[in-house]
Write a protein that binds this ligand. Structure first.
Ligand SMILES: CC(C)(COP(=O)(O)OP(=O)(O)OC[C@H]1O[C@@H](n2cnc3c(N)ncnc32)[C@H](O)[C@@H]1OP(=O)(O)O)[C@@H](O)C(=O)NCCC(=O)NCCS
Length: 173
């Protein structure tokens, strides 16, 4: 069957290596979205300098369309640790030309699968998202994140929801 050229390509996630770094640096958001994520080139450098973080690229087919930071510090998100082993998701971005096609939610699904494979001891994926960032909240919800109801007030652009996605069932110990 011929493939539909307009259909979104399959999404996967891989650690950013030197070969992918330039394409990650070139990712752009709309001017009004900068308040939510900052500059991705800066975020990439900051992530690569941090021994507790990992820089991840989102690929659709062979194209780099997005980026996120995995932050493995216990208090990476919301300024506090959780009751179960967790990892923080930060600096999430899908290039402005690729947004609204389901890639954001698909990237979060791929992120969770990657963590389940490489870090099976981690039980929770945690993030904070600005309360006004409706597109991000919708994408996270579609990928299985739930709003904890807790607000984080430390963000520069206003209050943020704390959202969690389960990676592994709760411990029965
Ligand atoms: C957040 C982001 C990663 C989502 O990526 P995406 O590829 O556009 O996400 P998806 O296409 O999977 O989903 C977008 C959802 O937002 C919805 N949406 C888009 N614009 C919206 C708006 N202005 N208001 C409400 N919902 C909106 C879409 O309808 C879709 O929801 P649905 O599946 O329930 O219909 C992307 O928009 C982005 O990079 N934004 C700038 C950076 C940012 O805000 N990062 C998050 C920091 S926490």
């Amino acid at each position: 069957m011929p493939t539909d050229p307009a259909a979104p390509a399959a999404v996967r996630v891989v650690p950013v290596d030197d070969a992918l770094a330039a394409a990650v640096r070139a990712l752009e958001v709309a001017p009004e979205q900068i308040q939510y994520v900052g500059d991705t080139a800066f975020n990439l450098d900051d992530t690569r300098r941090d021994p507790h973080s990992e820089a991840m690229a989102v690929l659709a087919g062979e194209r780099v369309i997005g980026f996120y930071r995995l932050d493995f510090r216990a208090e990476a998100v919301g300024g506090r640790a959780f009751d179960e082993p967790s990892v923080g998701l930060r600096a999430v971005v899908i290039d402005r030309r690729e947004q609204g096609r389901g890639y954001g939610a698909a990237a979060m699904d791929a992120c969770a699968e990657d963590l389940q494979r490489r870090h099976p001891q981690l039980r929770l994926l945690a993030l904070t998202v600005n309360c006004r960032n409706h597109a991000a909240i919708a994408a996270y919800r579609r990928s299985g994140f739930a709003d904890t109801g807790e607000l984080y007030l430390g963000g520069q652009a206003g209050p943020q929801h704390l959202m969690l996605r389960r990676l592994q069932p709760p411990s029965t110990d």
